[in-house]
Ligand binder design. Structure first.
Ligand code: 13P
Ligand code: SF4
Length: 314
């Protein structure tokens, strides 16, 4: 790309010319959130995808989010700036493994987190996000037998607050599983008045000490409603951009990940998949109309139903 191009201006110009909108998750880099038509958590992005009139959607997030857009708007063109932007959580549940597990538990219904492939959604009765999981699962009869996957931590949390005994898939997010309880305690000692906010993908000990637990949007909403305050944030660091932009009086302390056994550790609380999105790739995606996300029509037919069911329940 010619270095003299003003990428942000050119991206906005092409959006207008091609009747395209840019949807971005809170974990993408700040420059992308700044030029997006809409930023949100997984639930809000899915809702937006279902209702937009635009011909083209550029989904800046990860692949399952782009697939969800396509499933909800099959007549629209869904572009994904980098098709290799995957998700460790979605990868932790393969459709063939879930199919086998379902066959072993024929009397169970399957609830899947939105962080799953379309093929897994096609085997699912109802999808949830971290923003609506409790509400959606509460709508099932108390004695209904449920399998929940793939996020073990989220499923375990929902079991604990609903008194259910859902069978849990043993999957997880490599970013959220690394947040350290010790680091939160250290931060809390330095900032005793700070409110701890944690994403529901975090491990149980972190959720046990968190004051606010939920999706990225839950954290934003809480901070936006509370003005000047201090917050300790246990989720992917990209959320700080919108937190700081919309809550200028508040102070946010991101939680570092734990140090690994070898002592080296990962010094990163960022999702490398989300960070695959860049202004350069969005520019190319719009310019060439590529890469486009497609979902096999047989899979799409079954995969859209549990997403629509979730939207109707939340
Ligand atoms: P949210 O639904 O809270 O945006 O979470 C999506 C996600 O991938 C968290 O890791
Ligand atoms: Fe997936 Fe974790 Fe990245 Fe969210 S943060 S997109 S769950 S890998």
């Amino acid at each position: 790309i010619d270095k003299s191009i003003d990428l942000k201006a050119e991206i906005r110009r092409m959006c207008k010319e091609k009747d395209a909108i840019i949807l971005a998750h809170y974990y993408t880099i700040g420059d992308i959130q700044d030029i997006a038509d809409f930023i949100g958590d997984s639930l809000a992005l899915a809702r937006k995808a279902a209702e937009t009139d635009a011909k083209v959607m550029v989904m800046c997030g990860v692949h399952f989010m782009a697939e969800t857009c396509k499933l909800l708007s099959e007549d629209k063109i869904v572009l994904c700036p980098d098709l290799t932007a995957g998700c460790s959580l979605a990868d932790s549940c393969k459709a063939e493994d879930l199919k086998k597990y379902k066959e072993e538990h024929p009397e169970y219904k399957v609830i899947s987190y939105v962080n799953t492939t379309a093929a897994v959604k096609a085997l699912t009765d109802c999808v949830v996000t971290s923003g609506n999981a409790k509400k959606v699962i509460d709508s099932f009869p108390k004695d209904e037998k449920l399998i929940f996957g793939p996020d073990y931590n989220l499923g375990n949390y929902i079991n604990s607050v609903t008194g259910r005994n859902m069978l849990l898939w043993n999957g997880g997010c490599h970013v959220h599983e690394k947040f350290s309880v010790e680091e939160i305690i250290k931060l809390k000692k330095e900032h005793p008045d700070a409110i701890v906010m944690a994403h529901l993908e975090c491990k149980a000990p972190i959720l046990a000490i968190a004051d606010i637990k939920g999706s990225t949007a839950t954290m934003l909403k809480y901070a936006q409603a509370n003005g000047k305050h201090e917050y300790i944030i246990a989720t992917e660091a990209g959320i700080l951009h919108e937190l700081e932009r919309t809550c200028p009086e508040a102070t946010f302390y991101p939680v570092p990940p734990e140090v690994s056994e070898g002592g080296l550790g990962c010094s990163c609380n960022e999702c490398e998949y989300m960070k695959k999105n860049s202004l350069e790739k969005i520019y190319n995606t719009l310019k060439y109309g590529w890469p486009e996300v497609v979902v096999d029509s047989k899979i799409a037919k079954d995969a859209v139903k549990p997403i629509e069911k979730m939207l109707s329940l939340s």
